[in-house]
Design a protein around this ligand. Structure first.
Ligand code: FAD
Length: 469
């Protein structure tokens, strides 16, 4: 751990006299800035963002005749408080909308409704599995023997390994891997079980998932997902406005190249700071921490990422089969994937994406172990058109096309990710905090929570500086 020399400097400044630099203007960095500036005695806050725009992975832009269609995230979980609470705080609550009811499917040579009674693909009862044609009879029988099986070790912390051992390969390949894998662009054989808390909780609670699930409280009523009607980018715009209104400074087009020790504090390129929040993805944090905290950097360097491309297409509503009405989209299990991993029928899912005479689709390509960003735009489009056409049994003729590339889109939480991050955090010098998707959860709510947690730790650090001076 590097000494900042904080103890050597007699410094009577209050927290309000301190300066915090947040590196990264994605949702985690903006949440950190909002939380810092909401403190009773807030420090000075500067957000430095390398891109010319804020939002990072969150991008909302016009598509076809629609003013705002998300390129990446199009919703956040409503059943955890952090993103909905953040939207509330930013005054966006009246604008939150939820997907229209729509049936999601898994494509296994044809579309199959996702059976009832699953938790992220993992069965919590047998009725839904008994009814589906997505599994073979032998797959169903294997799954039904789950309560008879001995406790499965949670080692080696592999989601895929755990699910296969409890329910067999079919439940894993046709349900859990597509459902969880499509959320995180993950290969669930190489993904931490502990990092999927809903499943990890059931796995730790009892020997048998099916028996343990009987004692689960019923799912709360109310919507599962929310999004601002102006797109998820509205969250970024509102956070930007809140930071500026509270006196914070945001600089875009400001890539940070180095963080160095400067007496009792830090120099972020040429900006002096008493504390720094690195709200950039782990690979960027590794570069900035390299000489400052080599141990922390070496640990964070072990967090890989997966790239994805997301194609937004519109097709003529006259060519859209009536049998697909009421569906929200579908997932493609790994053994059946070519390039496409999922497709969402955007204008059937979101009322505000309704376009007269057209259907809007969003098609996801690539995941951990299925690279796609080496392909040119023509190849991505051809791959999407071929795959989706084959899945739906139609000739897809896109009218409008938007291709969004997301290098390093999703950090991959390998087994024992939590221990890796805890070790990296413990190896950080005081006054440097981490926030964002690489660490304690990938979804927007987790990123917002991570941003505000890093702000709390930073405020504690600033207050300890004032106490010791
Ligand atoms: C295609 C896609 C779909 C998704 N769908 C959903 C969804 O539906 N629901 C959901 O909840 N989540 C979804 N996610 C996940 C979620 O959007 C992201 O995990 C989250 O937005 C990441 O936020 P972040 O602030 O941690 O990181 P980022 O958004 O990556 O922000 C980090 C910022 O740091 C900046 N930066 C990096 N290096 C430097 C540097 N040296 N100096 C200055 N700035 C730097 C970057 O430019 C970037 O703006 C999706 C993600 C993708 C890619």
């Amino acid at each position: 751990m590097t000494s900042t020399g904080a103890d050597d400097v007699a410094d009577r400044r209050t927290i309000a006299d301190r300066h915090v630099v947040v590196v990264g203007g994605g949702i985690a960095g903006l949440a950190a800035a909002v939380a810092l500036l909401s403190a009773p005695d807030p420090p000075r806050v500067t957000v430095l963002e390398s891109d010319t725009r804020l939002g990072g992975k969150i991008r909302t832009s016009p598509f076809a005749e629609l003013a705002a269609v998300d390129e990446g995230a199009d919703a956040f979980l409503a059943r955890v408080p952090w993103a909905a609470g953040f939207a509330d705080r930013l005054g966006l609550r009246p604008e939150l909308v939820s997907p229209q009811s729509g049936r999601a499917a898994v494509w296994w040579d044809e579309l199959h409704d996702i059976p009832e009674g699953l938790l992220l693909g993992m069965p919590t009862g047998m009725l839904g599995l008994a009814r589906t044609r997505l599994l073979t009879w032998s797959g169903k029988v294997r799954a039904a023997t789950e309560p008879l099986r001995r406790r499965t070790s949670l080692e080696p912390d592999s989601l895929g390994g755990y699910v296969r051992s409890r329910f067999g390969a079919e439940v894993h390949h046709r349900l859990v891997d597509p459902l969880v894998g499509s959320i995180y662009a993950a290969d669930t054989d190489r993904f931490s079980l502990a990092a999927v808390p809903q499943i990890a909780e059931l796995a730790t609670r009892s020997r048998s998932v099916l028996l343990g699930a009987r004692h689960r409280p019923p799912a709360p009523n109310g919507p599962v997902f929310y999004a601002p009607s102006g797109g998820v980018g509205a969250l970024v715009d509102a956070a930007d406005a809140a930071v500026e209104a509270a006196g914070g400074t945001i600089r875009t087009g400001a890539p940070v190249t180095a963080v160095s020790v400067d007496g009792a504090g830090w120099c972020v390129d040429d900006v002096r700071a008493d504390a720094v929040i690195l709200a950039c993805p782990a690979p960027a944090a590794v570069r900035l921490l390299g000489s400052l905290a080599a141990d922390a950097a070496a640990r964070l360097a072990r967090i890989p990422t997966a790239d994805v491309a997301l194609l937004t297409l519109s097709v003529d509503a006259a060519d859209w089969p009536a049998r697909l009405a009421g569906r929200s989209g579908y997932l493609v299990p790994k053994p059946r994937q070519r390039l496409v991993t999922a497709a969402s029928f955007g204008s059937q899912k979101w009322a505000h994406w309704d376009l007269p005479g057209k259907v809007v689709l969003r098609v996801s390509l690539g995941r951990d172990g299925l690279p796609v960003l080496h392909l040119g735009d023509d190849q991505l489009l051809a791959g999407a058109v071929d795959d989706v056409g084959r899945h739906l049994g139609i000739e897809l003729q896109p009218i409008d096309v938007r291709i969004s590339r997301f290098p390093g889109a999703f950090p991959q939480y390998r087994p024992h990710h939590a221990e890796l991050v805890a070790g990296a955090q413990a190896a950080l010098p005081p006054g440097i905090a981490l926030a964002g998707a690489s660490y304690h959860g990938i979804g927007i709510p987790a990123c917002i929570r991570s941003g505000s947690d890093s702000a709390s730790r930073t405020l504690e650090h600033l207050s300890s500086l004032s106490d010791s001076s």
